[in-house]
Design a protein. Structure first.
Length: 257
C-alpha cells in the first residue's frame, strides 16, 4: 500500500489545550507540536480569510520533511461563487510557498449542500478547474445529487479528485463511498451527529462527535481501496470539538500499522 497521510482539519483550536496541546506549549508552537505526530494538516482557516504569504512561510518552517498541507479554498470561490479572476489569483499566490518546497498536497474545494448537480454548477466547476491551472484539486460535495457515474467520469476528465466522507446518514447527504477520480484519494470524517447537523447554535456543534472503534473499522477496507488506486491518499478528521479529531486519526492510523 502506498503512503497514507493522516491529519486533522485544522490545528489551531483553543479547546485542544489540555486534551492535545500541553498548557505550557505556546500558541505559536502548536503546529510544531502537531507536526511531531502527524504528517499532514488541512488548513481550513483559508476558507474564511487568506493569510499573508509570510504566515504560510512560517507554517512551512514549523513542519518537517515530508509533511504536506491540504489548503481549503476560500468561501468566496466555493460558496458565494461570484469571484473575479483576481480572487483566484490571490488564492494561488498564497499557495506559491508550499509549491516551491513541495509541501502542497492539494486544494480542497468544499461546496455547500445548496450546490446542486446541474449544468450551471458543473460549468462553474470547469471554470474553477481552469482558474487553478494544473494545481491538484479535490472536490467535496455535500449534496448527494452529484453521485452519478457521469459525474465521476467528468471529474476524471477534468483531473478533479473526489472527496469521500463519513457524515450523518441523513437524506440528501453523501453515503460512505470509496471513489477515486484523480491521483489523489481523500477522506474526511465529519462525525455522525445527525441531531446537530442542520440545527445548531454554533457551527462546531455539527462536528461534535466521538467515533467508536467499530465505526472507524468500517472504513479500513474502503481506505485500502482508495489507497490502492491513488498515488497519494489523505485521511482527515473534522470532528474537531475538544480534540476528538485527534483521537479519530490516532485510532485510524493504528488500524493501518
Amino acid at each position: 500500500m502506498r503512503v497514507l497521510y493522516f491529519g486533522t482539519s485544522g490545528f489551531s483550536y483553543a479547546d485542544w489545550v489540555g486534551c492535545f496541546y500541553p498548557p505550557n506549549v505556546r500558541r505559536q508552537d502548536w503546529l510544531v507540536y502537531y507536526a511531531r505526530e502527524f504528517n499532514a494538516v488541512e488548513l481550513n482557516s483559508t476558507f474564511y480569510a487568506l493569510p499573508r504569504v509570510s504566515v504560510i512561510e512560517s507554517m512551512i518552517n514549523k513542519t518537517g520533511e515530508g509533511f504536506l498541507f491540504s489548503v481549503k479554498a476560500p468561501q468566496k470561490l466555493t460558496h458565494e461563487r461570484q469571484p473575479e479572476k483576481v480572487d483566484f489569483a490571490a488564492f494561488v499566490e498564497v499557495l506559491h510557498p508550499l509549491l516551491e518546497v513541495g509541501k502542497l498536497g492539494c486544494v480542497l474545494a468544499q461546496f455547500p449542500y445548496s450546490f446542486a448537480c446541474n449544468r450551471v454548477n458543473r460549468d462553474y466547476l470547469a471554470v474553477f478547474r481552469g482558474q487553478l491551472g494544473d494545481l491538484p484539486v479535490v472536490v467535496e460535495f455535500r449534496n448527494a445529487g452529484w453521485l452519478r457515474e457521469e459525474v465521476f467520469e467528468w471529474l476524471r476528465r477534468h483531473n478533479l479528485g473526489f472527496c469521500c466522507v463519513d457524515e450523518p446518514r441523513l437524506p440528501g447527504l453523501l453515503p460512505p463511498l470509496a471513489r477515486v477520480t484523480s491521483d489523489i484519494g481523500y477522506v474526511r470524517f465529519h462525525g455522525r451527529n445527525a441531531a446537530k447537523w442542520w440545527q445548531h447554535e454554533h457551527s462546531y456543534e455539527r462536528y461534535d462527535y466521538t467515533y467508536s472503534a467499530e465505526e472507524l473499522q468500517e472504513w479500513v477496507p474502503k481506505i485500502g481501496i482508495i489507497a490502492s488506486q491513488a498515488k497519494t491518499t489523505f485521511v482527515f478528521a473534522n470532528n474537531h470539538w475538544r480534540g476528538q479529531a485527534v483521537n479519530t486519526i490516532r485510532q485510524l492510523r493504528l488500524m493501518f500499522d
